[in-house]
Design a protein around this ligand. Structure first.
Ligand code: ZN
Length: 437
């Protein structure tokens, strides 16, 4: 266990951390920064001066700055601060041990050259929503916590959601010890170098057992809300998704002297397969992408002997995904046969559909629907999240905030301030509804 494992924030007004019914009385002596102030504080952290994208990788200096910021926000509000055994940070109102806690939060790390919103919007909105509830004078009947999950994007060690996977027991200690970054540094060594004790990493069922519901607010990574004209939506499910490797093998030969009719060129059947993937996905309302390719011998004046392409495909449900990938494979084999090419298709990874808790989802819809003429849209997503990992252990739900371009994992990622503020308000409503039920 780390010396930093549990630290209690100082509370000038004496927030009673021993009672689960402790209300979120606001510390009046400390300044609690507004959403806009918090946002401005975080903006420069880990931002690359050339790309303007974020490089907040797990257990690096930028990550430490984000973690210090989180702890500072907890202290400014008189919250009880905890660092768990897997490097996730928690800030509590009320007694963490009381059980049936309502937890919200997200992550502060980024993909390489990521945007400002993916992750931080959820964490900043959580603190702002708590401030809003204190302004409303809401008295909670349950403990409430804000969490920052470590290493969500997997940018450094190649596996996403390491903090939540470890806590949920979906990543074993042995697997975690084998995670290595591009410089050959293992996860435990990286944690040590950042001043954390990696001894205790592993499943944390006692901590998850304290939680009655987890709600993650996130910037939408698509344009569904923009197209429907809504600021905020509720997640239904994370689409099933997988990766497949297509190996097209032909015959290397001279690009200048080999007659077209004599060639066995795997690039042709690969190219036709890319077009077939687009067509199959379009017909099914799914997505299919060939985003990575390896060519041998990879010479400008050589007909390739091998074209290896990786397909990423995602769909609303398993049957649709099976249809799309099955259709692409069938087309690929037909094109390969027509050109005298050998084809092997290997599924490299697969994640089944994650359905968020139906009762919790319906409760969010009920809370957000009250007093509003607009029904809150419920939408699926093709992206993974900590909430998806935790959905196997505890009831989880997600709120999405409108992203006008749909661009994500890019410096161009954006959400308008009005929409972010609407997200804070919706999250506050949800927390109030859940913590007072
Ligand atoms: Zn995210």
């Amino acid at each position: 266990m780390s010396r930093r494992d549990v630290e209690h924030g100082t509370s000038p007004v004496g927030v009673d951390a021993s009672s689960p019914s402790a209300g979120p009385a606001a510390p009046t002596l400390l300044h609690t920064p507004s959403f806009q102030e918090m946002w401005r504080e975080l903006l420069p952290v880990g931002r690359h001066p050339d790309s303007r994208g974020y490089r907040r990788y797990a257990w690096t200096g930028a990550d430490a700055e984000c973690r210090d910021w989180f702890k500072g926000q907890a202290e400014a509000r008189g919250l009880t601060y905890e660092l768990d055994r897997n490097g996730n940070q928690w800030a509590w109102v009320g007694d963490p041990e009381a059980g049936d806690a309502i937890v919200t939060g997200s992550h502060l790390d980024s993909v390489p050259d990521g945007g400002a919103f993916d992750g931080p919007l959820g964490v900043v909105s959580s603190f702002a929503a708590l401030d809003e509830l204190r302004r409303r004078g809401v008295q909670f009947g349950k403990p409430l916590a804000i969490v920052n999950f470590g290493d969500e994007e997997g940018a450094r060690f190649g596996l996403a959601c390491v903090g939540s996977r470890l806590a949920a027991g979906q990543l074993t200690v042995e697997q975690a010890h084998r995670l290595t970054d591009g410089d050959g540094i293992t996860l435990p060594r990286a944690m040590e170098a950042a001043g954390y004790d990696p001894e205790g990493i592993g499943a944390d069922p006692e901590r998850l057992a304290r939680i009655g519901a987890f709600v993650e607010l996130h910037v939408e990574q698509g344009r569904a809300l923009d197209l429907s004209g809504d600021r905020v939506g509720i997640a239904s499910a994370i689409w099933p998704h997988g990766r497949w490797r297509f190996d097209f093998r032909g015959e290397a030969n001279h690009a200048g002297t080999t007659r077209l009719v004599d060639r066995r060129d795997p690039m042709l059947s690969y190219a036709e397969t890319v077009l077939a993937a687009r067509c199959e996905a379009e017909l099914a309302g799914a997505v299919a992408t060939f985003g990575k390719i390896a060519v041998e011998p990879n010479g400008v004046n050589a007909i390739p002997s091998l074209v290896r392409g990786w397909l990423d495909s995602r769909a609303e449900d398993q049957a649709t995904l099976d249809t799309v990938v099955g259709g692409i494979e069938k087309a690929a084999h037909a094109y390969a046969d027509a050109h005298g090419i050998d084809l092997d298709v290997v599924r490299e990874s697969f994640t089944p559909v994650v359905e968020f808790d139906h009762a919790l989802r319906d409760e969010l819809a009920r809370i957000l629907g009250t007093g509003s003429e607009l029904t809150v849209p419920v939408l699926g997503t093709g992206a993974g999240h900590d909430a998806g990992i935790l959905s196997g252990s505890i009831p989880t739900a997600m709120l999405f905030v409108r992203n006008p371009t749909g661009v994500s994992h890019s410096p161009a990622e954006f959400a308008a301030e009005d929409d972010c503020v609407a997200g804070v308000s919706a999250l506050a409503d949800v927390l109030e509804g859940l913590a007072c039920r």
